[in-house]
Design a protein around this ligand. Structure first.
Ligand code: CA
Length: 227
């Protein structure tokens, strides 16, 4: 469970952020003021990261950041700033924030910055039972795959293939390597079994299995997961 607290008073921006973080596989709680944020945080002590708008009614984003750090919390903090705000001031007042994002921002920029901070927070190792590659979340405890929060039914072999890919995003993997990883080193079946299962997997997880976006073919070699 990777939980993010979004603190933003403008409903449209908060809604946009929340929808996109959920799509990226995060669990999201929200608040529209600093005061509310501390209540929500108290109810959700497992929050790993806070997205904090600078300009808020009541206590502002800088003050939230200062108070969070004053409590000794090491939760990740990303500030949301407006382009009109002077960067010198923003940097000077970060008060222990880990990063900032300037409005307006795209969903891709938002999730990239959050994913990066999440990786830093976990010291480069995955400490959760989840492997994430938007819009997919693979729970390795329940062995279930979710796409935009909706469960995708997989066979155990398909599950193992997805797990292998998500542990090696962006890396071309030979069919032999996939066969050995998924079927075990003692399996001496035909390599075509890999292709058969990849084809079926694509039908389940790709929007268009004929032109796959996630499980792509590396010609003459094998397959690669495109994050
Ligand atoms: Ca605001």
């Amino acid at each position: 469970m990777r939980k993010i607290l979004v603190i933003e008073d403008e409903d449209s921006i908060r809604g946009f952020v929340v929808i996109n973080l959920k799509r990226a596989g995060y669990t999201v709680v929200e608040a529209s003021s600093g005061e509310e944020a501390f209540e929500v945080w108290a109810q959700n002590p497992d929050v790993l990261l806070m997205l904090v708008d600078v300009m808020l009614p009541g206590i502002d984003g800088y003050e939230i950041c200062r108070q969070v750090r004053a409590r000794g919390s090491e939760v990740g903090i990303i500030m949301l700033t407006a382009r009109s705000q002077e960067m010198d001031k923003v940097m000077g007042l970060m008060n222990g924030a880990d990063d900032y994002i300037t409005k307006p921002f795209s969903p891709a920029e938002l999730t990239a910055r959050i994913d990066a901070l999440m990786r830093r927070l976990s010291g480069g190792t995955v400490q959760t039972d989840e492997l994430t590659s938007a819009p997919f979340v693979l729970n390795t405890k329940s062995r279930q795959l979710f796409r935009n929060g909706e469960r995708v039914d997989l066979t155990q072999v398909e599950y193992m293939i997805v797990k292998t890919f998500l542990e090696n995003p962006g890396r071309a993997m030979s069919r032999e390597e996939i066969l050995k990883t998924v079927w075990g080193p003692d399996y001496f079946g035909d390599l075509k079994i890999v292709d058969v299962n990849i084809r079926r997997l694509r039908l389940k997880i790709e929007e268009d299995a004929a032109s796959p976006k996630h499980v792509v073919t590396v010609w003459g070699y094998g397959y690669k997961w495109n994050p």
